[in-house]
Design a protein around this ligand. Structure first.
Ligand SMILES: NC(=O)c1ccc[n+]([C@@H]2O[C@H](COP(=O)([O-])OP(=O)(O)OC[C@H]3O[C@@H](n4cnc5c(N)ncnc54)[C@H](OP(=O)(O)O)[C@@H]3O)[C@@H](O)[C@H]2O)c1
Length: 256
């Protein structure tokens, strides 16, 4: 029996929970508003799911997914996460999260910032470069044709192996992008980020430009992702994209 804890049960947390339950993994969901607010979500996930506080989800998980806006990273329950493999899905979007000088300057990466907050945990950057719709659209059983790969980065080889084993159960191959300091290789708007999983990358590129214009004219951001069936991204192709990736500092992005 294995259990996956969730700190954050929004778009990404919920989709990953569905994949976990389908793989026979128990899930413990948490958010910022408390367990009662998750009643409907947990009921829809079925008997393998329960709602809890972030501290309880951290303690219950054999692995823990941290899937919150980066702005809230200081609220992660460091004590409960000590010794755990934590899969960090967060991305830094200054328009949403506010500015972090150390990220704007490129002095560190978003997952290093999170790791520094939860020092006792073994952080693995994962699920951060794929749009939520493609998580469920592209998941395939191990060995199936058309399986996609997701990048991981982390400083502990053992934690990365444990994360890869989980991700395999959830439906994806993995490609190791290196330590957390190399996590920039799949941060927002790099070539391995979101776009390669689109069956219609042009539609995504167009929506990105439109959103950038909306933001600059003072508008609020609606959903960044057009509906798309997804296109498998094989491990070899992802490996090439990661190797050739160039750093995109927040100030150089369309969405900033
Ligand atoms: N959406 C995507 O396609 C996508 C893809 C890749 C990576 N990401 C990244 O993954 C992260 C999550 O994205 P999302 O789209 O799932 O966001 P979301 O739908 O807004 O969900 C965020 C979740 O985090 C919870 N939360 C916020 N502050 C918290 C705190 N202090 N303690 C515990 N839980 C807290 C929220 O709870 P409440 O609802 O109670 O506030 C909510 O359940 C973000 O950093 C995002 O950039 C998103």
């Amino acid at each position: 029996m294995s259990t996956l804890g969730f700190i954050g049960s929004g778009n990404i947390g919920s989709r990953l929970a569905r994949l976990a339950v389908a793989a026979g993994i128990d899930v413990v969901m948490s958010n910022s508003r408390g367990p009662a607010s998750l009643a409907e979500k947990v009921a829809a996930l079925g008997a393998r799911a329960r709602a809890a506080t972030p501290e309880e989800a951290a303690e219950a998980g054999d692995w823990v997914v941290a899937s919150i806006p980066l702005a809230a990273y200081r609220q992660l329950p460091a004590a409960g996460l000590a010794g755990k493999v934590v899969l960090d899905t967060t991305n830094y979007y200054p328009f949403r999260d506010g500015h972090f000088e150390e990220l704007d300057s490129g002095r560190t990466t978003s997952s290093e910032l999170v790791q520094a907050q939860i020092r006792g945990a073994h952080l693995v950057k994962a699920f951060s470069n794929v749009g939520e719709q493609h998580l469920t659209a592209l998941a395939r059983p191990s060995g199936a044709a058309g399986r996609s790969a997701l990048p991981i980065a982390g400083d502990s080889p053992e934690a990365k192996a444990r994360a890869a084993a989980l991700i395999d159960r959830l439906g994806f191959d993995t490609v190791d992008a290196g330590p957390l300091a190399e996590g920039w290789r799949f941060e927002p708007e790099t070539t391995p980020y979101v776009m390669p999983y689109f069956s219609d990358p042009e539609a995504f590129a167009r929506s990105l430009v439109e959103l950038g214009e909306e933001l600059r004219s003072g508008g609020t951001v609606r959903s960044a992702r057009p509906v798309d069936a997804g296109a498998p991204l094989p491990a070899d192709r992802l490996r090439t994209l990661l190797r050739e990736s160039t750093r995109k500092l927040p100030g150089d992005r369309v969405l900033r």
